[in-house]
Design a protein around this ligand. Structure first.
Ligand SMILES: Nc1ncnc2c1ncn2[C@@H]1O[C@H](COP(=O)(O)OP(=O)(O)OP(=O)(O)O)[C@@H](O)[C@H]1O
Length: 582
């Protein structure tokens, strides 16, 4: 063994590097086991277990890491924060993972390990993979990952062959009708507009993407001058498997991979190759978002951080307090040129907020584990996040000092923030509604109500539903981002207001009836949900159900009966069949 600098006198660095690699392999094996069960659970329509597996898979990383790091800390003893030893471990580890098909994930795993084992570590390229190790993993497409259908086969034969190749082990409800629906869609969208040359082809990833109650095939057709990507959603209803629709719209495709959706279960032995294909098919999405979407959210976080560092070095603007109404629980700031916000839990909350910092963190964790149904933003959690002091505006410096001082320290020319969340930057809904035209506002407020109802169907009650707690995405979709008052819908008690009968009751300045902590009176929502006169009446009429306690109770009853309500990540109108035919 080559004599490495600073080799531990007690346990050789080589051994510790192997131990970290074993931890990584353990994580990959356990992650892979949950992923590999997705096709069977889909075939069995076992949605309960699908949900459990989704949650368990999200927990694997931390669980493996916790055990590994406890062992490492014990073995390293006083050497836990000896940079020479870690440098040596990194060097051995780098050699061990060099030929791994998922070495980029293994690097991220190393970073997590050292951050949890080395007290007081600051970002250091010698000790961590701040940038990618050897050679950056090229996002190359491997043709072996694809099923290929030459155009010369003819449309109908291609479609038949696709439905044969992707065998879910369950009979189709009506395969002939599915084939006809698919032919019609292709004719409508492609063949009426483009002439497909016979020497071209259609490619579909062999790996199927599973999420909730659906499976998705992802592919593209070469039209002779450009690729036309598509997604085929497939569902398994009580009468069998069926193709639910065919998606060509790039925005819809992109939304399927949105930061507001849960991660897919998909076999990806070489993640960079699957991401490479997705990158070509959905060019809008950044690489870190695609890694997140296929379940490697820790590596997604690494890439997000690398993007952040690059962005910082290429921009000059200053971090500012985020526009909109300031939070009572979170201090939120942003860099105008960057598509992210940074959220820190305040040191003290003003009444009526009376939760603790730990409780707020629990709520954020709940959201990251829960099905976000396209209506809640995913967050990444960072510890000891460094920002150059000269990039922070004076106003923000004061705001940070006044609200989160206990989490700040200065190291050289950097401000280090002990704990923060990053989240996609959106336009706060209240800001948008302040000066939009009526016609622009109408679809947005309709979507606001829809967002609340879809969250309810996923067993989430936002608690505080004011427009300031929702944001608008690039695609003008309304997304909830204020999690500190979130509750499970099942825990709420939706009530009608008792009718005042006596003189005292009618003229009482305070409610004369008792109100329990989880009581909710939906008819009150009318008073404060939408302030603008020109939008208010439309909202109240359009979302009449929102103000009816019986409607909320009916959603609770469905949830109590164990119903997993599937939130379709595409509009109802594009589905091939109405719900009653399924
Ligand atoms: N993802 C985001 N994109 C853009 N702005 C955001 C985002 N998240 C938060 N903000 C801004 O920061 C403000 C405070 O954020 P947030 O609602 O999460 O804090 P809070 O302290 O939980 O709020 P509250 O006082 O309602 O509990 C928002 O009103 C909005 O203006």
């Amino acid at each position: 063994m080559e004599d490495m600098p600073g080799k531990s006198s007690k346990i050789p660095a080589e051994y510790l590097a192997e131990e970290i690699l074993n931890g990584f392999n353990e994580y990959r094996a356990r992650f892979g086991k949950y992923t590999s069960e997705a096709p069977r659970l889909f075939a069995e329509r076992n949605w309960q277990q699908t949900q459990i597996n989704h949650l368990e898979r999200l927990r694997v990383y931390k669980r493996v890491l916790r055990e590994l790091c406890a062992g490492l800390r014990e073995k390293l003893g006083e050497d836990q924060s000896n940079p020479d030893i870690w440098k040596s471990i990194k060097s051995f580890y780098q050699n061990l993972i060099i030929d791994k098909p998922d070495s980029e994930l293994a690097e991220t795993f190393f970073n997590s390990t050292i951050r949890k084992s080395f007290p007081g570590l600051s970002i250091d390229e010698n000790l961590m993979f701040v940038q990618e190790g050897h050679q950056p993993k090229e996002l190359k497409i491997n043709l072996e990952l694809l099923n290929i259908y030459p155009s010369a086969m003819g449309l109908e034969k291609i479609i038949r062959k696709i439905l044969e190749d992707y065998d879910f082990g369950v009979p189709f409800m009506d395969k002939e009708q599915d084939i006809q629906y698919l032919i019609n869609s292709v004719q409508e969208v492609i063949l009426t507009r483009y002439k497909v040359a016979p020497e071209t082809e259609t490619q579909i990833l062999k790996s199927v993407f599973y999420r909730n109650k659906a499976a998705y095939l992802i592919g593209r057709t070469y039209l002779g001058h450009k690729w036309m990507p598509f997604i085929i959603p497939i569902a398994n209803g009580p009468k069998g498997i069926f193709v639910d629709t065919l998606i060509f719209d790039p925005d819809m495709m992109s939304h399927l991979f949105s930061f507001t959706r849960s991660y897919f279960m998909v076999e990806a032995k070489v993640p960079s190759q699957v991401v490479g294909f997705l990158h070509d098919v959905i060019p809008h999405k950044k690489t870190h978002e695609l890694y997140n979407a296929i379940g490697f959210n820790k590596h997604g976080k690494t890439l997000l951080y690398r993007d952040f560092l690059r962005h910082l070095s290429q921009s000059q603007d200053k971090f500012e307090v985020a526009p909109g109404v300031k939070g009572m629980v979170m201090t939120v700031f942003a860099l105008p040129s960057l598509n992210l916000v940074f959220k820190i839990i305040k040191d003290h909350f003003e009444p009526p907020k009376n939760m603790t910092r730990a409780e707020v963190r629990d709520k954020y964790r709940l959201v990251s584990w829960h099905d976000r149904v396209g209506r809640m933003a995913d967050t990444h959690e960072f510890e000891d996040f460094a920002i150059p002091l000269d990039r922070i505006s004076e106003e923000l410096k004061n705001e940070l000092k006044n609200t989160v001082n206990s989490l700040l320290r200065v190291e050289g020319d950097k401000l280090i923030i002990k704990h923060l969340y990053t989240e996609r930057k959106m336009i706060p809904l209240n800001v948008f509604l302040e000066d939009c035209e009526t016609e622009e506002g109408i679809p947005v407020i309709e979507d606001y109500g829809r967002a609340i109802l879809q969250l309810a169907q996923a067993n989430i009650f936002p608690g505080d539903m004011l427009t300031k707690n929702f944001g608008l995405t690039r695609q003008k979709r309304v997304v909830f981002y204020d999690y500190d008052e979130i509750e499970f819908l099942e825990a709420m008690n939706f009530r009608e207001k008792p009718k005042a009968e006596t003189y005292e009751q009618i003229y009482a300045s305070e409610p004369w009836y008792t109100i329990a902590k989880n009581d909710v009176f939906p008819e009150d929502f009318k008073r404060w949900m939408i302030g603008r006169e020109d939008l208010r009446s439309h909202f109240i009429e359009y979302h009449n159900d929102l103000f009816d306690p019986v409607y909320w109770q009916s959603i609770q009853n469905l949830l109590k009966a164990g119903e997993l309500i599937h939130a379709f990540p595409y509009p109802e109108e594009i589905r091939f069949r109405p719900e009653e035919k399924i």
